[in-house]
Write a protein that binds this ligand. Structure first.
Ligand SMILES: [Zn+2]
Length: 117
């Protein structure tokens, strides 16, 4: 059964809200900012900590960007009318999967079939 307009609107709202909060999170991480090593050139330990923190931020930022990509493609699919279909087998994704994560691209079966993720 295809998704009703109400459900689609509901998912769209959820996705847009999540997108906004992820974008805010990403902004906060500011991964493009160069590490601020400050003027205490004597404190090498501190510098190492800051570099490490930056690396962590970059990997968090990449994970967020990946999710944003999924969300964008879901929003696009809502516009195209193909939202809710598995990208692998084309079957409808279970409602509880979509409820849990509206940006899901795969149905349960295909998701389990994947080694990564
Ligand atoms: Zn599938």
């Amino acid at each position: 059964m295809p998704l009703s307009k109400e459900r689609l609107d509901n998912f769209k709202n959820k996705l847009e809200k999540e997108k906004a909060s992820l974008e805010a999170e990403l902004k906060e991480l500011n991964p493009d900012k160069l590490p601020d090593f400050g003027s205490d050139v004597d404190h090498f330990d501190e510098e190492a900590d800051e570099a490490e923190e930056l690396t962590t931020n970059v990997s968090i930022a990449n994970a967020i960007k990946e999710r944003l990509g999924d969300i964008d493609s879901s929003l696009r699919k809502i516009g195209l009318g193909t939202y809710g279909n598995c990208e692998e087998c084309g079957k409808e994704i279970d409602m509880d999967v979509l409820e849990a994560s509206p940006e899901s691209r795969l149905c349960k079966n295909c998701k389990h079939g994947q080694k990564s993720i």
